[in-house]
Design a protein around this ligand. Structure first.
Ligand code: ADP
Length: 247
């Protein structure tokens, strides 16, 4: 589903954030990207949908090249990739429903600027996504009136409303307390198991990564230092991923 070859990102003047990453992700995987701060987790996720422009290498999604895609091609590819951020990135003054409908923007011809113009099917889909994160009753509430955990659930619903092939989540629980962390990870796990959606999630909490991921990718200094199932993570592997600092 996703094929990454020789991915490099150098931030000017000379910070090597990704140093030749090769990775294949199959449909239905729940990939947890781990590694210490600065290892390149966020850069990797953002290169996948070219929020960050890779310096070199190739990314292919379902047979279509993401790297080298024209702006129109990239728009179509981005529709297939939902993104969830650490800071939720909701439109604060808009309602929960409007935020979730924003996930449909890429699908509606003519890009309606007024939320009222969304087709009925989109509204039904948005309600179904809100139900999935158990926030249906908050549909009309302003996003900034919700708690952090609830805001992240709205962000998940927005990503789902996009009907993506894959969801990328960049430290989705880093701003949340431990109880909410488990709740958000539990929702992501349910989406993965029940809908078979492919997830690539960066997570700095090792224990959380191991309890939810079906596959662990350990980055160290911009390179893949480990790639395997959670059961293969031994103390030696943990040391190999986390020790040695960042370049
Ligand atoms: P992680 O998500 O694992 O903490 P990042 O991908 O954020 O790591 O960062 C990888 C490296 O790239 C770090 O050395 C970081 O300082 C650097 N970096 C990240 N974003 C930028 C940027 N916009 N400009 C310059 N350097 C950056």
């Amino acid at each position: 589903m996703i094929r990454i070859r020789g991915l490099r990102k150098i931030f000017p003047p000379n910070t090597v954030a990704l140093d030749g990453v090769d990775l294949d992700v199959s449909p239905g995987e729940f990939v947890m990207v781990i590694g210490q701060s600065g290892a390149g987790k966020s850069t990797l996720l953002r290169c996948l949908n070219r929020l960050i422009e890779p310096t070199a290498g190739e990314i292919v999604l379902n047979g279509s090249r993401v790297t080298g895609a024209t702006s129109e091609g990239l728009r179509a590819l981005r529709r297939q990739m939902g993104m969830i951020f650490q800071q939720f990135n909701l439109v604060k003054r808009a309602s929960v429903m409007e935020n979730v409908l924003a996930g449909r923007l890429g699908h509606v011809p003519g890009m309606p600027s007024l939320f009222g113009r969304f087709p009925h099917r989109d509204r039904e889909l948005a309600v179904a996504c809100l139900r999935l994160v158990d926030l249906e009753e908050f549909a009309e509430r302003r996003a900034d009136r919700l708690s952090g955990g609830e805001q992240q659930r709205v962000a998940i619903a927005r990503a789902l409303a996009q009907e993506p092939k894959v969801i990328l989540a960049d430290e989705p629980t880093a701003s949340l307390d431990p109880r909410l962390r488990e709740s958000i990870m539990g929702i992501l796990q349910r989406i993965n198991r029940e809908r078979g959606l492919t997830l690539i999630v960066s997570q700095h909490m090792l224990e959380t990564a191991l309890s939810y991921g079906t596959r662990i990718v350990g980055l160290r200094q911009g390179r893949v230092a480990f790639d395997g199932p959670p059961s293969a993570i031994t103390p030696d592997v943990v040391q190999a991923i986390y020790e040695g600092g960042v370049s």
